[in-house]
Design a protein around this ligand. Structure first.
Ligand code: GDP
Ligand code: MG
Length: 193
Protein backbone atom coordinates (compact mmCIF):
# COMPACT_ATOMS: atom_id res chain seq x y z
CA UNK A 1 0.00 0.00 0.00
CA UNK A 2 1.14 3.48 -0.69
CA UNK A 3 -0.68 6.23 1.13
CA UNK A 4 -2.95 6.97 -1.75
CA UNK A 5 -4.09 3.40 -2.14
CA UNK A 6 -4.65 3.09 1.55
CA UNK A 7 -6.74 6.20 1.57
CA UNK A 8 -8.73 4.94 -1.38
CA UNK A 9 -9.50 1.71 0.39
CA UNK A 10 -10.49 3.57 3.51
CA UNK A 11 -12.83 5.69 1.48
CA UNK A 12 -14.29 2.62 -0.16
CA UNK A 13 -14.92 1.06 3.19
CA UNK A 14 -16.32 4.20 4.69
CA UNK A 15 -18.51 5.11 1.77
CA UNK A 16 -18.73 1.75 0.02
CA UNK A 17 -21.86 0.96 -1.93
CA UNK A 18 -23.04 -1.60 0.60
CA UNK A 19 -23.06 1.08 3.25
CA UNK A 20 -25.03 3.60 1.25
CA UNK A 21 -28.65 2.69 1.65
CA UNK A 22 -31.00 5.03 -0.10
CA UNK A 23 -34.50 5.25 1.19
CA UNK A 24 -36.76 5.40 -1.81
CA UNK A 25 -39.62 7.82 -1.34
CA UNK A 26 -42.94 6.96 -2.91
CA UNK A 27 -45.70 9.57 -2.88
CA UNK A 28 -49.33 8.52 -3.23
CA UNK A 29 -51.44 11.04 -5.10
CA UNK A 30 -55.10 11.12 -6.01
CA UNK A 31 -58.48 12.22 -4.88
CA UNK A 32 -59.70 11.58 -1.37
CA UNK A 33 -61.55 8.29 -0.94
CA UNK A 34 -59.94 6.34 -3.80
CA UNK A 35 -58.14 3.95 -1.45
CA UNK A 36 -54.60 5.32 -1.06
CA UNK A 37 -54.44 4.64 2.68
CA UNK A 38 -56.06 1.24 2.21
CA UNK A 39 -53.40 0.30 -0.37
CA UNK A 40 -50.54 1.32 1.91
CA UNK A 41 -52.16 -0.64 4.74
CA UNK A 42 -52.38 -3.71 2.52
CA UNK A 43 -48.72 -3.35 1.50
CA UNK A 44 -47.82 -4.02 5.12
CA UNK A 45 -49.27 -7.53 4.93
CA UNK A 46 -47.29 -8.43 1.79
CA UNK A 47 -44.91 -11.37 1.88
CA UNK A 48 -42.28 -9.13 0.25
CA UNK A 49 -42.15 -6.88 3.28
CA UNK A 50 -39.30 -7.75 5.60
CA UNK A 51 -39.96 -5.22 8.32
CA UNK A 52 -41.88 -2.05 8.75
CA UNK A 53 -41.76 0.88 11.08
CA UNK A 54 -44.96 2.33 12.46
CA UNK A 55 -43.30 4.94 14.60
CA UNK A 56 -43.12 7.46 11.79
CA UNK A 57 -45.17 10.59 11.61
CA UNK A 58 -48.73 10.31 10.44
CA UNK A 59 -49.08 9.51 6.77
CA UNK A 60 -45.62 8.01 6.34
CA UNK A 61 -44.67 4.34 6.45
CA UNK A 62 -41.19 2.99 6.09
CA UNK A 63 -40.81 -0.58 4.94
CA UNK A 64 -38.03 -2.89 3.95
CA UNK A 65 -38.81 -4.93 0.86
CA UNK A 66 -36.97 -8.09 -0.14
CA UNK A 67 -37.10 -8.61 -3.90
CA UNK A 68 -34.75 -10.69 -6.08
CA UNK A 69 -32.51 -11.36 -3.06
CA UNK A 70 -32.00 -7.65 -2.54
CA UNK A 71 -33.34 -5.53 0.25
CA UNK A 72 -34.60 -1.99 -0.33
CA UNK A 73 -36.08 0.61 1.98
CA UNK A 74 -39.21 2.33 0.79
CA UNK A 75 -41.01 5.20 2.45
CA UNK A 76 -44.65 5.57 1.48
CA UNK A 77 -45.94 9.10 1.81
CA UNK A 78 -49.69 9.12 1.85
CA UNK A 79 -50.84 12.69 1.59
CA UNK A 80 -54.26 13.74 0.46
CA UNK A 81 -53.96 16.21 -2.39
CA UNK A 82 -56.67 18.33 -0.91
CA UNK A 83 -54.25 19.36 1.81
CA UNK A 84 -51.11 19.60 -0.26
CA UNK A 85 -50.78 20.41 -3.92
CA UNK A 86 -48.92 18.00 -6.17
CA UNK A 87 -46.37 20.72 -6.79
CA UNK A 88 -45.70 21.14 -3.06
CA UNK A 89 -45.63 17.44 -2.54
CA UNK A 90 -42.94 16.98 -5.22
CA UNK A 91 -40.85 19.84 -3.88
CA UNK A 92 -41.12 18.70 -0.28
CA UNK A 93 -40.50 14.98 -0.69
CA UNK A 94 -38.55 14.73 -3.94
CA UNK A 95 -40.08 11.31 -4.49
CA UNK A 96 -38.38 8.54 -6.49
CA UNK A 97 -41.80 7.37 -7.58
CA UNK A 98 -45.32 8.75 -7.80
CA UNK A 99 -48.30 6.45 -7.48
CA UNK A 100 -51.39 8.17 -8.87
CA UNK A 101 -54.58 6.48 -7.71
CA UNK A 102 -58.18 6.74 -8.91
CA UNK A 103 -61.22 4.61 -8.29
CA UNK A 104 -62.64 2.67 -11.26
CA UNK A 105 -66.08 3.48 -9.83
CA UNK A 106 -65.64 7.24 -9.86
CA UNK A 107 -65.11 9.26 -13.02
CA UNK A 108 -64.29 12.41 -11.11
CA UNK A 109 -61.36 10.69 -9.43
CA UNK A 110 -60.20 9.55 -12.89
CA UNK A 111 -60.32 13.13 -14.19
CA UNK A 112 -58.41 14.19 -11.09
CA UNK A 113 -55.76 11.54 -11.75
CA UNK A 114 -55.49 12.60 -15.37
CA UNK A 115 -54.88 16.20 -14.31
CA UNK A 116 -52.10 15.02 -12.01
CA UNK A 117 -50.55 12.93 -14.81
CA UNK A 118 -50.74 15.86 -17.18
CA UNK A 119 -48.98 18.03 -14.62
CA UNK A 120 -46.25 15.44 -13.98
CA UNK A 121 -45.81 15.07 -17.73
CA UNK A 122 -45.54 18.81 -18.34
CA UNK A 123 -43.06 19.23 -15.50
CA UNK A 124 -40.89 16.48 -16.95
CA UNK A 125 -41.34 14.37 -13.83
CA UNK A 126 -42.36 11.32 -15.86
CA UNK A 127 -38.96 11.41 -17.58
CA UNK A 128 -37.01 11.50 -14.33
CA UNK A 129 -39.03 9.37 -11.98
CA UNK A 130 -41.33 6.41 -12.05
CA UNK A 131 -44.99 7.25 -12.36
CA UNK A 132 -47.57 4.51 -11.88
CA UNK A 133 -51.27 5.00 -12.54
CA UNK A 134 -53.47 2.80 -10.36
CA UNK A 135 -57.15 2.03 -10.94
CA UNK A 136 -58.31 0.86 -7.53
CA UNK A 137 -61.56 -0.76 -6.29
CA UNK A 138 -61.72 -3.13 -9.26
CA UNK A 139 -63.63 -5.56 -7.00
CA UNK A 140 -66.69 -3.33 -7.41
CA UNK A 141 -67.39 -4.69 -10.90
CA UNK A 142 -71.00 -3.57 -11.16
CA UNK A 143 -70.19 -0.02 -10.11
CA UNK A 144 -67.31 0.31 -12.56
CA UNK A 145 -67.41 3.36 -14.83
CA UNK A 146 -63.80 3.47 -16.05
CA UNK A 147 -62.75 0.58 -18.29
CA UNK A 148 -59.31 -0.99 -18.06
CA UNK A 149 -58.71 0.19 -21.61
CA UNK A 150 -59.37 3.81 -20.67
CA UNK A 151 -56.98 3.63 -17.72
CA UNK A 152 -54.28 1.95 -19.78
CA UNK A 153 -54.64 4.56 -22.51
CA UNK A 154 -54.28 7.44 -20.06
CA UNK A 155 -51.12 5.92 -18.59
CA UNK A 156 -49.61 5.19 -22.00
CA UNK A 157 -50.30 8.72 -23.17
CA UNK A 158 -48.32 10.05 -20.22
CA UNK A 159 -45.41 7.61 -20.33
CA UNK A 160 -46.57 5.90 -17.15
CA UNK A 161 -47.16 2.36 -15.99
CA UNK A 162 -50.65 1.09 -15.28
CA UNK A 163 -52.21 -1.45 -12.97
CA UNK A 164 -55.68 -2.15 -11.60
CA UNK A 165 -55.93 -3.15 -7.96
CA UNK A 166 -58.32 -3.90 -5.17
CA UNK A 167 -57.12 -3.26 -1.67
CA UNK A 168 -60.44 -4.75 -0.59
CA UNK A 169 -59.81 -8.24 -1.97
CA UNK A 170 -55.99 -7.99 -2.18
CA UNK A 171 -55.99 -8.08 -5.96
CA UNK A 172 -52.69 -6.95 -7.53
CA UNK A 173 -51.56 -5.27 -4.31
CA UNK A 174 -48.33 -7.29 -4.18
CA UNK A 175 -47.87 -6.69 -7.90
CA UNK A 176 -48.13 -2.94 -7.33
CA UNK A 177 -45.65 -3.00 -4.45
CA UNK A 178 -43.16 -5.05 -6.47
CA UNK A 179 -43.83 -2.99 -9.61
CA UNK A 180 -43.02 0.27 -7.82
CA UNK A 181 -39.70 -1.08 -6.57
CA UNK A 182 -38.82 -2.61 -9.95
CA UNK A 183 -39.50 0.69 -11.70
CA UNK A 184 -37.32 2.57 -9.23
CA UNK A 185 -34.50 0.03 -9.62
CA UNK A 186 -34.71 0.17 -13.41
CA UNK A 187 -34.46 3.96 -13.39
CA UNK A 188 -31.55 3.83 -11.01
CA UNK A 189 -29.70 1.25 -13.07
CA UNK A 190 -30.29 3.31 -16.22
CA UNK A 191 -28.91 6.47 -14.59
CA UNK A 192 -25.59 4.84 -13.63
CA UNK A 193 -23.23 5.36 -16.56
P1 GDP B 1 -57.93 7.59 0.63
O1 GDP B 1 -58.71 8.80 1.00
O2 GDP B 1 -57.48 7.66 -0.80
O3 GDP B 1 -56.79 7.31 1.55
O4 GDP B 1 -58.96 6.35 0.69
P2 GDP B 1 -59.14 5.29 1.86
O5 GDP B 1 -58.02 4.30 1.86
O6 GDP B 1 -59.41 5.98 3.13
O7 GDP B 1 -60.45 4.51 1.35
C1 GDP B 1 -61.68 5.18 1.20
C2 GDP B 1 -62.81 4.18 1.29
O8 GDP B 1 -62.78 3.27 0.19
C3 GDP B 1 -62.77 3.30 2.54
O9 GDP B 1 -64.09 3.13 3.01
C4 GDP B 1 -62.19 2.01 2.05
O10 GDP B 1 -62.62 0.92 2.82
C5 GDP B 1 -62.73 1.92 0.65
N1 GDP B 1 -61.83 1.17 -0.24
C6 GDP B 1 -60.51 1.37 -0.42
N2 GDP B 1 -60.01 0.52 -1.31
C7 GDP B 1 -61.04 -0.26 -1.72
C8 GDP B 1 -61.16 -1.35 -2.66
O11 GDP B 1 -60.21 -1.79 -3.32
N3 GDP B 1 -62.40 -1.89 -2.81
C9 GDP B 1 -63.49 -1.44 -2.12
N4 GDP B 1 -64.66 -2.04 -2.36
N5 GDP B 1 -63.40 -0.42 -1.24
C10 GDP B 1 -62.21 0.15 -1.04
MG1 MG C 1 -56.10 8.45 3.12
Amino acid sequence: YNDEEYEDELTMREFGFEDIKVKYRVVLLGESGVGKSALVRQFMTSEYINTYDMSLEYGEREVSVLLDSKESDLVFIDHPCVEMSVENSLATYEPHACVVVYSVTDRRSFEFASEILRYLWQEGTTHERSVILVGNKCDLARARVISSQEGKQLATNHDSKFIETSSGIQHNVDELLVGVLKQIRLREAASIP
